[in-house]
Design a protein around this ligand. Structure first.
Ligand code: HEM
Length: 160
């Protein structure tokens, strides 16, 4: 659960990160690929478009952190999308590490451990809901497979 102080810490530090948003998002991916080279093949060669999307999404998250429940459906959808891409639950820790590094690097002398802890709590919460979202989908897939033997034809028969 995020405190008011966490939300304040995140908003104030994000203001510094967005000051050079594109550059910081690209630095984030560089860091991610350095600490977890095994995820590089999941991504396109040109990271510009994705860096822009990530900046936009983080902005949305930071703006709405005070009402986390409002974010849940979007995060679950985003999690499902990642699950379909083949992203593993075990990959999330690298994204968290790389984002923490990016915030620290952007804040430079203004960085404090308290700010880092606030980001860590928020990113763990966000990743948790995304992973839940991808699990939900897997579960329903499993259920359909059990009920209808996983064959589209027999499944359709029941849907008529
Ligand atoms: C805090 C967790 C994460 C957030 C907020 C996040 C956010 C996003 C966003 C906003 C997009 C763009 C979606 C779109 O095109 O509409 C995206 C795409 C993607 N993400 Fe994540 N992501 C997270 C974790 C991860 C993890 C753990 C991986 C694993 C390596 C990953 C790999 C990817 C890939 C491969 C794409 C698609 C690249 C493409 O368009 O070709 N993400 N992510």
């Amino acid at each position: 659960m995020l405190t008011e102080k966490d939300i304040d810490n995140i908003r104030n530090s994000w203001a510094i990160v967005v000051d050079d948003e594109m550059d910081n998002m690209l630095k984030f991916y560089n860091r991610l690929f350095k600490i977890a080279p095994q995820v590089r093949p999941y991504f396109p060669d040109d990271m510009g478009r994705l860096a822009e999307k990530l900046g936009f999404t983080l902005n949305l998250l930071v703006t709405n952190l005070g009402d986390f429940e409002k974010l849940r459906p979007t995060l679950e959808e985003l999690g499902k999308y990642h699950g379909d891409l083949g992203v593993l639950n075990s990959h999330y820790k690298y994204v968290i590490q790389a984002l923490l590094f990016t915030v620290k690097n952007a804040m430079d002398v203004f960085y404090t451990d308290e700010v880092g802890q606030s980001w860590k709590r928020a990113l763990i919460a966000v990743s948790g809901v995304m992973i839940e979202g991808s699990r939900k989908k897997q579960k329903s897939k499993g259920l359909l497979a059990k009920l209808f033997g996983g064959r589209k034809k027999s499944y359709k028969k029941y849907m008529r």
